[in-house]
Ligand binder design. Structure first.
Ligand code: F6R
Length: 615
């Protein structure tokens, strides 16, 4: 939540900061602000309520001069969205931007007020400005002042700091919120994530929890929580800035939907070996898979939906008991865990606070931990790093940067990665014949072609969306592997179109929700071939008999429902276990077009943020 960016070098800082914030706007967009320093330390701060566009408009008439600066785009936690609560926050010439949350902010605020500090915002962040300013008044150098200040704070932070007395330098600190240093030539950057400054450098230092440091145009220094200088390796990023651009699409979400066949090709690359009917999973400790007697999957939101599909695959293919938990619930309910349990965290961002905390708790209790993640080297993969006896590695989904707030390509790549993991478990435990393994591998290899076919029918989906653009509510029904897809279809619709939608296990309809059915309620039934098909058709008929407006997702060759349904979406028939990947595509497109036709901000829906780094 919230994105931060920093720059120092020889160029004007303002355009670099604004460009970076543009790329980070997916992390929050309640308000934005920048602060720059010129060579003499003269400070200029501009803040604006609302999206970055409001700040840009302000800067066009009131620019920020200087070659050093920090910027912030906010997702409000403490203090409602307003200009006064927008970052940066300043105290006695020390100006800060912060992503994260200070848990002991009340005590610290009272203490600082008792020492005569006057607060001008309702944010927790302003505490950093006062703490650092006080330490500076005691004569501490900026880096040491920052280190002392963060030592007083409980919670999570990625922090960038400028001080009028040290023009040309930025201090930083991180704990449990992401922050990278971009290493340029004669210039340095700070950012919440790589794409924000990827147009300027490919060389990055990924900071560790507890790190503090400074950047200047020609150098950077990192110290650990004790103040001891540490070496953090510079890593070179191979994907290009273009991969994180819209590439001619109206929205990132649309681009990301369309590029899903490519994403799946990447997820599969090098992992299917047809010559010897084998799955090859890089970065995963097979010993942990082999020894596990029980799997627990933890995740949030869309990632939890992929976990539901993954658990079914793991149980049916590898015959290992597998449960799926919402990370936010799991960590507070004292679950039964032991050394025979493998806990798998699924996360696109790799930094979701609830998933991270649940994973750490599982590790603390002696479980082996594995992650399925998209963002390389994020906090969750780090907890799972092989080498400490409990880390079992990370299966990267390789979706590439996902910018649209509503997850699409990350979801389908998670589905495929989990299918691979289930096959790998089955292979290690000898629960599948070679022929059965080859059958699933072939189905996975064919997926990108089938997906292209589904995406080529976008116009049909758009027409259906046009028809339901004014719906007030909508139900999505599915069974078996398609129940999580019904949940995902409903989540996509509600989060970007603001239409109330529910996903339901079709068999549960008669236990309550059927009371909702009337002629204003579209019900989309996922009726694809598989063991639950006959039953789901019965549920469809029950809905129709009560006057519901039935839409159906069916396979290409199924025309048996043509005269019973008001609208239809079609996908090619594929292997039953890869059907969820195909089924979700028209649902993503449906939500996308409903939201677009309603004129809504598809990539940045209200109240949401891409990475949920608060609990
Ligand atoms: C919905 C969506 C969210 C995320 C959830 C978990 O479209 O994107 O529900 O799935 O916030 O995020 P990650 O996967 O980054 O842990």
């Amino acid at each position: 939540m919230c994105g931060i960016v920093g720059y120092t070098g020889t160029r004007p800082a303002e355009p670099v900061l604004i460009e970076g914030l543009q790329k980070l706007e997916y992390r929050g967009y309640d308000s934005a602000g920048v602060c720059t320093l010129d060579d003499r330390g003269v400070r200029t701060t501009r803040r604006a309520l609302g999206k970055l566009a409001a700040l840009k408009a302000r800067l066009s008439s009131e620019p920020c001069p200087g070659t050093t600066g920090i910027g912030h785009t906010r997702w409000a936690t403490h203090g409602r969205p307003s200009e006064k609560n927008a970052h940066p926050h300043e105290s006695d010439g020390v100006t800060v931007v912060h992503n994260g949350i200070i848990e002991n902010h009340r005590e610290l605020r009272l203490e600082l007020q008792a020492r005569g500090r006057v607060f001008t915002s309702e944010t927790d962040t302003e505490i950093f400005a006062h703490l650092i300013a006080l330490a500076r008044q005691q004569g501490l150098p900026l880096l040491e002042a920052v280190r002392r200040a963060v030592g007083r704070v409980q919670g999570a932070y990625a922090l960038a700091v400028v001080d009028e007395k040290t023009p040309g330098a930025l201090a930083f600190a991180r704990l449990a919120s992401p922050l990278v240093v971009g290493v340029g030539e004669g210039e340095m950057f700070l950012a919440s994530d790589v794409p924000a400054v990827l147009a300027h450098t490919r060389n990055f230092v990924f900071l560790e929890d507890g790190d503090c440091g400074m950047i200047e145009a020609e150098r950077y220094v990192v110290v650990d929580a004790a103040g001891v200088a540490v070496q953090r390796p510079v890593k070179t990023i191979t994907w290009s800035a273009v991969m994180a651009e819209k590439g001619g699409h109206k929205h990132f979400m649309h681009k990301e939907i369309v590029e899903q066949p490519r994403a799946i090709t990447d997820t599969l690359r090098g992992r299917l070996s047809f010559d010897d009917a084998a799955i090859l999973l890089d970065g995963v400790d097979n010993g942990a898979l082999l020894s596990t007697r029980r799997v627990v999957i933890i995740a949030c939101g869309t990632s939890w939906h992929s976990g539901l599909v993954g658990a079914s695959l793991i149980e049916s293919l590898a015959r290992v008991a597998c449960s799926v938990e919402l990370a936010s619930e799991f960590r507070y309910r004292d679950p039964v865990l032991d050394a025979d349990t493998l806990v798998i965290a699924i996360s696109q961002s790799g930094e979701t606070a609830d998933t991270l905390a649940a994973l750490k708790e599982a590790k603390r209790r002696g479980c082996r931990v594995l992650s399925v993640c998209n963002v390389v080297d994020a906090a969750i993969p780090r907890v799972c790093a092989i080498g400490d006896g409990l880390g079992a590695g990370t299966l990267y989904t390789r979706a590439g940067p996902e910018i649209g707030v509503a997850s699409t390509k990350a979801f389908v790549t998670q589905l495929v990665a989990l299918h691979l993991l289930a096959l790998q478990l089955a292979q290690l435990r000898n629960t599948m014949t070679k022929e059965a393994l080859l059958e699933d591998m072939t189905a996975l290899a064919h997926l990108p072609i089938h997906m292209e076919k589904v995406l080529a029918r976008e116009d049909d989906v758009r027409a259906l969306a046009q028809h339901h653009v004014n719906a007030r509510d909508m139900l999505f029904l599915g069974r078996g592997l398609l129940f999580p897809i019904a949940l995902e279809g409903a989540l996509k619709l509600k989060e970007i179109s603001y239409i109330h939608a529910e996903g339901y296990a079709a068999g549960e309809m008669k236990h309550g929700p059927i009371a909702l059915i009337d002629d204003a309620m579209p019900v989309l039934v996922l009726a694809l071939p598989g063991p639950g098909y006959e039953k789901v058709i019965s549920n469809l008929e029950e809905t129709r008999a009560r006057g519901g407006r039935v839409l159906a997702l069916v396979s290409d060759d199924d025309h048996s429902l043509d005269d019973q349904i008001e609208g239809v979406l079609r996908v090619p028939t594929s292997h039953q276990r890869t059907m969820p990947v195909l089924a979700v595509l028209p649902l993503q497109l449906f939500s996308y077009h409903v939201a677009d036709l309603r004129g809504l901000d598809v990539d940045q829906p209200r109240n949401l943020a891409k990475s949920v780094t608060v609990e």
